[in-house]
Design a protein around this ligand. Structure first.
Ligand code: 6PG
Length: 247
């Protein structure tokens, strides 16, 4: 695993660097495979990046006709609910850029229950990556919870041990919002060619230190389990989130 840590002055610089990384990985992917498979993360941190990417000066650097969008995790709420990750992505980016129909794969949340949603999303992924043993996403964006969770893989939850599924349902974590989730699993996340963490704020500093320098395990800091078999991991940290690192 090739790991790179980039310290940013503040959240604005982090968003700018994230946009540049997305543009670069998109150019590489389209040059190599004529498509760019991008997994969006949820939460609040990425919104600044998505809004910046939607700005014409950046949006025009992306070939949206060859970009395919997925979600890393979702809250089991309607898409128009303020807590919806897909709703946030639409408001901040997807409704602004010209992505052709059928190239955005949100996690469904209109099923009877989260388990059905996870099964449906898994089927979507397996159909898209038909014939492949893993979902080789070109770029996966991830945030980091204060407790070291990524996507909706929460500390000590059974979802951490899943090896035969690409998407599963999960009960709420201990951090808000307290709603059921659907999340990609480690096998899906570690299939990524490039993983980009977007982490800002002093409330993340302990988890960042534990994951990058401490003796944490994936059980207590799930981000530790992000170890792509043949992929890169880049951490974009603002100074507040990096404040407890010793190097
Ligand atoms: C979610 C996210 C989650 C998020 C972290 C950090 O559904 O909440 O996918 O994994 O990335 O909780 O969230 P913030 O960026 O809001 O701190």
């Amino acid at each position: 695993m090739d790991r790179n840590i980039i310290r940013c002055q503040d959240a604005d610089e982090l968003a700018n660097r994230a946009v540049q990384q997305i543009i670069t990985r998109q150019q590489e992917a389209i040059a190599a495979r004529d498509r760019f498979t991008l997994v969006l993360t949820g939460g609040s941190t990425p919104e600044k990046t998505y809004r910046l990417l939607a700005q014409p000066e950046h949006a025009t650097a992306i070939d949206w006709t060859k970009t395919i969008i997925f979600e890393g995790d979702e809250r089991f709420v309607p898409w128009d609910d303020a807590r919806s990750n897909y709703g946030m992505a639409r408001r901040s980016l997807l409704d602004t850029v010209a992505i052709p129909d059928g190239r955005v794969f949100p996690i469904p949340t209109d099923t009877e229950n989260p388990e059905e949603a996870a099964t449906a999303y898994e089927a979507t992924l397996r159909a898209f990556f038909a014939g492949e043993s893993r979902p080789r996403f070109d770029l996966i964006l991830l945030g980091l919870g204060d407790d070291g969770h990524i996507a909706s893989l929460f500390p000590h939850y059974p979802s951490l041990a899943v090896t035969d599924r690409w998407a599963v349902a999960s009960p709420p974590g201990t951090l808000p919002p307290p709603v059921d989730r659907i999340t990609l699993t480690y096998p899906a996340l570690n299939a990524g060619r490039h993983i980009l963490f977007l982490v800002a704020g002093a409330n993340k500093a302990e988890a960042v230190r534990d994951v990058l320098e401490g003796g944490a395990t994936k059980e207590n800091r799930p981000a530790v389990g992000i170890q792509p078999t043949d992929g890169t991991v880049t951490w974009l940290l603002d100074e507040a989130a990096a404040s407890l690192l010793t190097t």
